[in-house]
Design a protein around this ligand. Structure first.
Ligand code: GLY
Ligand code: MN
Length: 461
């Protein structure tokens, strides 16, 4: 499929840079587009080229210098996003408008079959310093990742003509927030594999087996489907289910336990993230059913509100209000408007992006400018949860001081104590991965049952 000599590839690279501009939107995944020498540029490579093009279009001249910075198992997700390469020591230089707009540097001076840089010209790494030195004379502005400062310092005098450094991370993160078709295909697959694993875990769950056995069922299901495994895996039972984040231990499942799964399978470096809650014995108790229903209602209402243009904060309020109103009906919240009563039950946030990381570009998202609204192409989780650890009430009481509001919180906690006791050791989290579309949304993880009847029917034995 790909020529083995470098020269035609380089020529191809020059030509394809132009062609990539013409064919930025790629709809046929894994289809092949023939280059002028008969060599093929896959739709995947077109997609990487389109990302680099979009980045160059966002630059105000100058050049961009990015390093792979691969260490051990870790790799630079932004570099990978632009190149498909995890090769240690690789670098990418973008110079919009230059004769060679995209230059990829690595040890061999050629791209690998697995990489997505076929439209970039490849050079050996030892030419990087000289190239930078030449480029900086004409392009005194460099767009860099500030995570690469060490590598940039290594370039030393080659960069001495620079007069301006700009941080490129936020721009790449903003691009990564909106998934392209190539990423969506990978995420769909990650979601499907995770969903199938959870279906197997539902069937395997029963009193007498260990949490770790359930983890093994999930990992095996992922491996059987070609995934390298999980990005995150929780199978928490009984009191363990009241932890927000947990793993899977040797605890043996007991009759009456609830199990909170939270798991994502990797698929080609993309991960899903699904949480589900099931009864170990296949039937929810009355109390479990009550809490489960509140969480499910919250999750469904929030997903319904995850529409293009809707405020992300407003949807969090939807999720939270349904939780609090449900707790109010159960007698666990006395005043739904009281901040301390709300805080007592809200254990974690409700959403994050998924993608190359399970909490994809999440730390950057908070810093991004602009209104936080849902936009088509975002893939976000929705994951409300309620937890009743045995000691939560007393620990909260112990932390209270002597202010007036502490006194009212103390009264609240003492009033709900008998009701709270009924729900001790229940933990419920329900999490789906939701793609925002032009006219609504699509739940990518709907292949895992979450209605009580469906779960019980599946676990009937
Ligand atoms: N799946 C772990 C989390 O979302 O925090
Ligand atoms: Mn999550």
């Amino acid at each position: 499929m790909r020529s083995s000599t470098t020269a035609p590839r380089r020529a191809l690279g020059r030509c394809l840079t132009k062609r990539a501009e013409l064919t930025r939107s790629v709809s046929l995944l894994f289809a092949f587009l023939l280059g002028p020498w008969g060599q093929a540029l896959t739709a995947q490579e077109e997609m990487y080229a389109a990302r680099r093009r979009a980045l160059m279009d966002s630059m105000d001249g100058g050049m961009a210098v990015l390093y792979a910075n691969t260490t051990g198992n870790g790799f630079n997700k932004n570099f990978f996003y632009l190149t498909g390469s995890k090769e240690p020591g690789a670098a990418l230089v973008l110079a919009p408008g230059a004769e060679v707009e995209e230059a990829f540097f690595n040890q061999a001076g050629q791209w690998d079959y697995a990489d997505g840089v076929a439209s970039a010209k490849a050079f050996p790494s030892d030419l990087l310093t000289r190239s930078l030195s030449n480029l900086t004379r004409e392009r005194p502005t460099a767009y860099v990742s500030f995570r690469d400062l060490e590598a940039l310092l290594g370039a030393g005098r080659a960069l001495s003509s620079l007069s301006d450094l700009k941080n490129i991370d936020a721009t790449i993160s903003e691009m990564r927030v909106l998934k392209d078709e190539f990423e969506l295909e990978l995420l769909r697959q990650a979601c499907q594999i995770t969903a199938e694993g959870l279906n197997e875990a539902y069937r395997a769950a029963e009193p007498g087996i260990m949490e770790k056995d359930l983890a093994d069922v999930l990992e095996s299901a992922f491996h059987d489907r070609g995934s390298p495994g999980s990005s995150f895996l929780q199978a928490a039972s009984g009191p363990n289910a009241t932890n927000v984040h947990f793993g899977a231990t040797e605890r043996v499942l007991e009759d009456g336990d609830i199990i909170v799964f939270d798991v994502g399978a990797w698929w080609n470096d993309y991960t899903a993230d699904i949480s589900r809650t099931i009864p170990a014995n296949g039937r929810f108790s009355q109390e479990q059913r009550e809490i489960y229903t509140v969480v499910l209602n919250s999750q469904k209402a929030a997903i319904e509100a995850m529409l293009p243009g809707a405020s992300v904060d407003a949807v969090r309020e939807v999720a939270q209000n349904v939780l609090i109103d449900g707790l109010h009906e159960l007698g666990l919240v006395l005043d739904p408007k009281d901040p301390a009563q709300r805080r007592f039950f809200i254990a974690h946030g409700y959403y994050h992006f998924i993608g190359l990381d399970i909490h994809d570009v999440w730390s950057e998202y908070g810093r991004m400018s602009g209104e936080k609204v849902y936009r088509p192409g975002m893939v976000m989780t929705m994951e409300p949860g309620l937890y009743f650890p045995p000691d939560h009430l007393d620990q909260t009481l112990a932390r209270l001081g002597s202010r007036e509001e502490d006194e009212s919180t103390r009264q609240f906690l003492e009033t709900i104590r008998p009701v709270y006791r009924k729900y001790v050791n229940i933990g419920v989290r329900i999490e789906d991965d939701v793609l925002i579309t032009v006219d609504g949304n699509e739940v990518l993880t709907s292949a895992v049952p979450k209605e009580i009847d469906e779960i019980e029917a599946m676990m009937k034995r």
